[in-house]
Design a protein around this ligand. Structure first.
Ligand code: SF4
Length: 331
């Protein structure tokens, strides 16, 4: 059964330059099933509703959820409802030993912890804070010590992309025990929508990204890129096995009844004419329209079909077969 994200506050003690949370304003909430916007004060009945809708896993997001005064009772309530996995998405700076212990006891099983840079000065610039870097690193270590499943979240932006391979080495050396690094690319919403300079050019990013992926493989560090808000699929060269295409192939299996955010995001992407020759064309939505409008679509690189990709992605092969031509209309 799918997982659901609930956004419990927009307050945050960091001010990340790429934060899109303000996009999830309460007034954007179209109906009771659009949980990724702020769920309001009546969180008990909202969580009841999510569970009753059949979701097994819950992600509590923000803003910074630790600023919500009732986060611990919220997690406890989620546990009582029987969610099998309860994740808290956080910048980790408030994950003190005490807070981790309280959340762990209440039922938190996992945490997606954001660390936008391993360089304190860059961290300060991206998060618009002073001196929080060590608190975030310590918070992630506290989670690991408490045996919480940690997904390290890294949003690739202009302020950090040049040091991607170093970031991977830092994660391996300093945050030993993380389950995975999940890479995102800046999403053109919220603050980022007002700052086009935050978006690194794909061609400049490519060599660093390929090197970071190879470094992670060398170190045995599992990583993924988010297929909704990560890099285009054609930027996974040689590492396509890290793509979980289920989001794109069957969004309802992942997001359940609420696919509003998925549809909104994919609706803000487009492909290039050349995409028609790409192996991933039947499932791919392309890349952000705002980026392609600014820089053109020449950086999207059709992926040639081969035996390895056919074996990895039989569902894509099946979609090609259904079309009859191997190429055509796109996702
Ligand atoms: S369809 Fe286009 S955007 Fe998608 S992976 Fe292929 S070349 Fe890249």
């Amino acid at each position: 059964m799918p997982a659901q994200t609930v956004r419990v506050t927009l307050r945050c003690n960091h001010g990340c330059v790429f934060c899109f949370a303000e996009w999830c304003l309460p007034q954007r909430r179209r109906d009771v099933h659009d949980y990724t916007n702020v769920i309001g004060d009546d969180w008990r009945s909202e969580l009841d509703e999510v569970r009753a809708a059949g979701y097994d896993e819950l992600s509590i997001s923000g803003g910074e959820p630790l600023l919500h005064p009732e986060l611990v009772p919220m997690v406890r309530h989620a546990k009582a409802l029987g969610f099998s996995r309860i994740e808290v998405q956080t910048n980790a700076s408030l994950m003190t030993t005490r807070n981790v212990a309280r959340l762990r006891a209440a039922g938190m099983t996992a945490s997606m912890a954001s660390l936008p840079s391993h360089v304190p000065r860059a961290f300060d610039a991206i998060t618009r804070t002073k001196g929080h870097f060590q608190a975030s690193v310590d918070g992630i270590r506290n989670l690991l010590r408490a045996r919480v499943e940690v997904i390290l979240c890294h949003v690739i932006c202009a302020g950090n992309y040049r040091l991607l391979p170093d970031y991977v080495r830092f994660a391996d050396e300093t945050l030993h025990g993380i389950n995975e690094i999940l890479f995102f690319y800046v999403q053109p919403e919220g603050r980022a929508a007002r700052n086009p300079r935050l978006f690194p050019r794909l061609t400049s990013l490519r060599p660093r990204w390929l090197s970071a992926m190879s470094e992670a493989d060398r170190l045995g560090l599992y990583f993924r890129t988010d297929t909704q808000t990560g890099l285009p699929l054609c930027y996974m060269t040689g590492h396509e096995d890290r793509l979980k295409l289920i989001d794109l192939l069957d969004p309802r299996a992942v997001f359940g009844t609420d696919v509003s955010s998925f549809e909104y995001m994919q609706g803000n992407k487009r492909k290039a004419p050349a995409c028609g020759t790409c192996f991933f064309d039947p499932v791919c939505f392309g890349f952000w329209k705002t980026y392609l409008e600014a820089h053109g679509d020449g950086e999207l690189r059709p992926v040639p079909e081969d035996a390895r990709l056919r074996a990895l992605f039989p569902a894509v092969v099946e979609r090609h077969a259904r079309r009859g031509t191997g190429h055509g209309e796109g996702a």
